[in-house]
Ligand binder design. Structure first.
Ligand SMILES: NC(=O)c1ccc[n+]([C@@H]2O[C@H](COP(=O)([O-])OP(=O)(O)OC[C@H]3O[C@@H](n4cnc5c(N)ncnc54)[C@H](OP(=O)(O)O)[C@@H]3O)[C@@H](O)[C@H]2O)c1
Length: 516
């Protein structure tokens, strides 16, 4: 085996396939914010691909709601163009596309005015009667969180919310992140949602959880008997989670400069990945068991006190530099960023989990913008063997085994092992066993939104964040933010892997960041 060696054969003599096949029952999805970017780029293309793959049998409806003066016809035209541009499987033929588009309807309305909601209620009720199906309703709030309260109040006032999550005539709601900007605002947001919906009806979407590799963390850990026995402090030295972006903040200064990387990225995507890696094995593959364990491990994270925070957290902002050979401006030179902004575009932190499994194992998390490439990667670094027998052969150093979970791009998993280089001497070099989703399965993975929307339609909340999980994550972030300005704001050149402090964070414990 050599570096970049053979892929794992997915078919072995004992192969069995576990499949949980699901298809939607009759339903209608109502998208609030239907003229927005998310609807065109992700939501309608995801529904189209589910339709193409046979997961959305008749009857169903897709109802768009927004302020713009569109009609159902102009909504269909706009979505037709969006499908040409953004559909994963392209658009096989015009007839299929037109048939799908015929399920789309548009209702014009303002979030804070009841008239639009009355039109909406009339439309979805008539539609259910015409299609002879129950009034199963999935609301998708593709809107800023500030709109949630008025939308839920108005939905209630036209009696479109039933407090049932399952059985016939169910109502569910998908909400987009950000799920608050602090623990207190999350309580308020959850309070708003719970005024209309039971928690079981609320699906907080984090598209990271819809990615194959993220879901595969659980399958990998708990569906293979060789890994779980090693998944603890006895065999694991440390764990690194990296979410690197090569882009800057684009035109999102208005949002990003008030949020920063800690709240925008660590609180959401990184905490989700962290919990799946660190949680205890759940007793069942169901939403309650899995989300109980995720919340539990977040409660076990030990927070450094204020005096030690600087040894555990690094914050930084990029200066100008070269990313992929192109000049990139400094953060402070990005459009609409205030000249004195101290918003971090990079965070590195060391988390400790106070439980039997992880006592003494550091979790290093780093995330930043304008890094050399876009990559999301989890590296599980194993301990080296307890007794080393090769030094008499002149081979003094052995690289640790590292299990890499590549979440994006090129979703896959690799395991590095030490192997003898052919020849007379005992020379050991790291080689890799690779598993790549695209080449192993020969078919493209569904988009994260496809998976998650189908889950919500079929009532499976496993991959959605529950209120207590989100609140626990905010408890950690709020603690760090309380002492945020006592930490130096470091700088790093755009196109580098981050500030010196991040190197020091791991070097202090005789470790280094994995190369990406
Ligand atoms: N875009 C993404 O990829 C992405 C990814 C993750 C999360 N999100 C989150 O998803 C949400 C939506 O994002 P987006 O990019 O689609 O936003 P957007 O392009 O700004 O769209 C906002 C939508 O809300 C509608 N709207 C706003 N105020 C309204 C009002 N008072 N009454 C009726 N309709 C109103 C707009 O309608 P009109 O334009 O017709 O006025 C538009 O359809 C945001 O909270 C964002 O944080 C987006």
């Amino acid at each position: 085996m050599t570096e970049n060696a053979s892929s794992i054969d997915v078919v072995n003599p004992f192969a069995s396939r576990f499949m949980r096949t699901r298809r939607a029952g009759p339903f209608a999805i109502v998208i609030f914010g239907a003229t927005g970017d998310l609807t065109a780029r992700k939501l309608v293309p995801a529904l189209f691909n589910l339709y193409l793959d046979g997961f959305l049998p008749e009857p169903f409806s897709i109802v768009g709601f927004a302020r713009r003066d569109w009609t159902s016809e102009s909504f269909r035209n706009a979505m037709s163009k969006a499908l040409d541009e953004f559909s994963r499987q392209g658009s096989p033929d015009e007839a299929t596309k037109s048939k799908f588009l015929s399920h789309l309807k548009y209702v014009r309305g303002e979030f804070d005015q009841p008239e639009g909601f009355e039109r909406l209620a009339a439309t979805v009720r008539k539609n259910a009667i015409d299609q002879q199906r129950p009034l199963n309703l999935l609301f998708y709030l593709a809107t800023p969180p500030s709109a949630f309260e008025t939308i839920t109040r108005n939905l209630n006032s036209v009696n479109l919310v039933s407090r049932q999550a399952d059985d016939d005539n169910w109502t569910r709601v998908i909400v987009e992140k950000p799920f608050g900007h602090s623990l207190e605002s999350t309580w308020q947001l959850n309070g708003t949602l719970h005024a209309a919906f039971r928690e079981e009806q609320v699906y907080r979407i984090d598209h990271y959880l819809g990615k194959e590799t993220v879901q595969n963390i659980l399958v990998f850990r708990l569906g293979n008997s060789i890994f779980e026995p090693l998944w603890n402090r006895r065999y694991i030295d440390s764990i690194q989670i990296t979410v690197a972006e090569s882009i800057g903040i684009g035109n999102r200064a208005g949002y990003f400069d008030t949020a920063g990387m800690l709240r925008d990225m660590v609180q959401s995507h990184m905490m989700q990945v962290f919990t799946l890696i660190a949680m205890e094995p759940p007793a069942a593959f169901d939403p309650v068991a899995i989300r109980d364990e995720k919340a539990k491990v977040l409660r076990a994270v030990r927070l450094p006190d204020a005096e030690q925070l600087g040894d555990h957290v690094v914050r930084a902002q990029y200066t100008s530099g070269l990313v992929g050979g192109e000049e990139a401006p400094a953060y402070l030179q990005e459009p609409d960023v205030p000249s004195e902004s101290e918003t971090e575009s990079y965070v590195a932190l060391r988390l400790a989990v106070d439980n039997w499994r992880w006592s003494g194992v550091p979790f290093y998390l780093r995330t930043g913008k304008r890094l050399p490439k876009r990559v999301t990667d989890v590296a599980i670094v194993f301990k080296t063997p307890p007794h080393y027998i090769f030094d008499q052969s002149g081979c003094s150093d052995l690289a640790p085994n590292v299990l890499r979970l590549r979440i994006q791009p090129h979703e896959g998993i690799s395991l590095s092992l030490g192997a003898k280089v052919p020849g007379q001497a005992v020379e050991i070099t790291p080689v890799r066993m690779e598993f790549d989703y695209d080449t192993s399965f020969g078919q493209s993975s569904p988009e994260a939104y496809e998976r998650l929307i189908l889950d919500a339609i079929t009532g499976d909340a496993t991959l959605f964040a529950r209120a207590d999980e989100v609140e626990q994550a905010w408890r950690l972030i709020d603690h760090i933010r309380r002492h945020w300005h006592t930490l130096p704001l470091e700088q790093y050149a755009a196109g580098s892997w981050g500030p010196n402090g991040a190197e020091a964070l791991v070097a202090r414990e005789d470790r280094q960041w994995v190369r990406l």
